[in-house]
Design a protein around this ligand. Structure first.
Ligand SMILES: [Zn+2]
Length: 455
């Protein structure tokens, strides 16, 4: 699967300066995909962050003497009998210096002061294995016409500890109109006050901003996972988020691709005539972008400071699902506020079913999206058990009312694990769901769908 994409510009209004800056940033993004490729190793749960064959115990033991072993920005290697930690800035020196040079060049072409400051700071931070300073400056570029993220951020490749950061990058132009539309939904969902379970270690997030972008370049982990949205700084940088807030970016090209290549075809194949006749393509497309915005917003709605450390590699399994469920649950409040109609909520539920199947169907080509597919399996299991998805002659019938009750129940269960549960009990809970078996009744309906799905 390719891990670098560039998209032709749809934004005719973008000016020459922006195009030049984007060109430099795209070159830098392309180098980031080379670094990502070297970190990736689908045959090993620790990817190439750790030597092949090493055990979790062995690494934990070595980390007691040398904490750098489990540092987010080091590669662990064997030197004789010893495990040593090589910082990214040493391991990837040549490439990082090239990226750094391109970022500085892009900064000098831009007349956007905020973007300049961020790019220059990121150019330095990439060589220091600590992005705090440039992250803070990046958060201040939320309104900039040109957007760019580049560095090592998300931890999904590290299935041993969920600690090591993989390289990724994107660059794009802000879609002002869609951003303000989606900002309204984000504001509404984030003001739905939620009660936290007693004893939970709640994180308070300074503020959450949104950017919808016409992506020009997409690279590394973001491209490999074909993200439709991404929230930064990483949940591992929770202190930074609490103090300085978070920005999530929605990527228009992947959003449109996922909808047309997967969500809509799945919807048409899976459901019975009665369910299908309820929603137009437009209804579903709006519901899809709404569910992405709800998901990314809900990453800020309920966060727990200790959850990543407590749940380790199981954290993304529970967190990504919880975030989806919170979004759907929050829609109830949006209906009461007249910000959403019941019909729109029903479309969001139908889309949630299609998204679950999308994740499972693409698992063959993208085994690392496992956390999302597992979350999808839990959703499907709860819907089937509640009689919310009934198999008829002409497809599955969706009972939205039963679906909402079932999903609310699932939300409460997941909330326990994410707020308070320990690693052992979370593992025990997830083991109860046989992902393959849960999806098997739906697979005949997916026949003929394209695999792998290159953009
Ligand atoms: Zn997410």
């Amino acid at each position: 699967m390719p891990t670098y994409f560039s998209f032709p510009s749809k934004n005719e209004s973008s000016i020459a300066e922006e195009r030049e800056v984007l060109e430099k940033l795209s070159q830098a993004a392309k180098i980031a995909s080379v670094l990502y490729e070297s970190q990736k190793n689908a045959g090993h749960p620790g990817a190439n962050f750790y030597p092949v064959g090493v055990t979790k115990k062995e690494l934990e033991f070595a980390a007691r003497k040398n904490p750098k072993i489990l540092d987010p920005y080091t590669i662990v290697e064997r030197k004789g009998k010893e495990l040593v930690a090589v910082p990214y800035s040493v391991k990837y020196k040549k490439e990082l210096e090239e990226i750094s040079g391109l970022l500085k060049a892009a900064a000098s072409m831009s007349s956007d002061r905020g973007l300049q400051a961020y790019l220059r700071s990121r150019a330095k931070d990439l060589l220091n294995d600590n992005y705090d300073k440039s992250n803070i400056l990046w958060l201040k570029t939320k309104g900039s016409a040109v957007g760019c993220v580049i560095g090592a951020f998300d931890r999904y490749l590290d299935k041993l500890f969920f600690k090591k950061r993989a390289f990724m990058a994107w660059a794009g132009i802000l879609d002002q109109k869609l951003t303000s539309e989606m900002n309204r939904l984000k504001e509404l969902i984030l003001t739905t006050e939620r009660a936290f379970l007693p004893g939970a270690n709640r994180a308070r997030i300074a503020n959450t901003e949104i950017r919808v972008e016409d992506t020009a370049a997409f690279s590394g982990l973001a491209a490999d996972f074909l993200f439709v949205g991404n929230n930064l700084p990483s949940s591992a940088d929770i202190d930074l988020i609490q103090k300085h807030g978070t920005v999530f970016t929605i990527f228009k090209p992947t959003l449109e691709w996922r909808f047309h290549a997967w969500v809509l075809p799945i919807f048409r194949r899976l459901f019975d005539e009665e369910t299908k006749n309820k929603f137009s393509d437009q209804d579903l497309q709006s519901a899809f972008i709404q569910s992405v915005v709800l998901h990314e917003s809900c990453h800020s709605l309920m966060r727990y400071k200790d959850a990543p450390a407590r749940l380790e590699e199981l954290f993304p399994y529970l967190d990504e699902l919880f975030t989806d469920l919170l979004g759907i649950k929050g829609c109830g409040t949006l209906i009461l506020k007249n910000a959403l109609t019941e019909h729109e909520l029903e479309a969001i539920v139908a889309v949630a079913v299609c998204r679950s199947l999308y994740f499972y169907a693409s698992l063959l080509d993208r085994p690392h999206i496992d956390p999302y597919a597992t979350g999808g399996a839990l959703v499907m299991e709860f819907l089937c058990k509640a009689g919310a998805l009934l198999q008829k002659k002409d497809g599955f019938h969706l009972d939205s009312y039963r679906a909402l009750i079932a999903l609310n129940q699932l939300t409460s269960i997941i909330e326990y694990y994410i707020a308070l549960g320990n690693h052992a009990e979370a593992k025990e809970f997830l083991k109860r769901f046989a992902v393959k078996k849960i999806f098997s009744p739906f697979l005949p309906y997916l026949a003929g769908l394209p695999h792998g799905g290159s953009l």
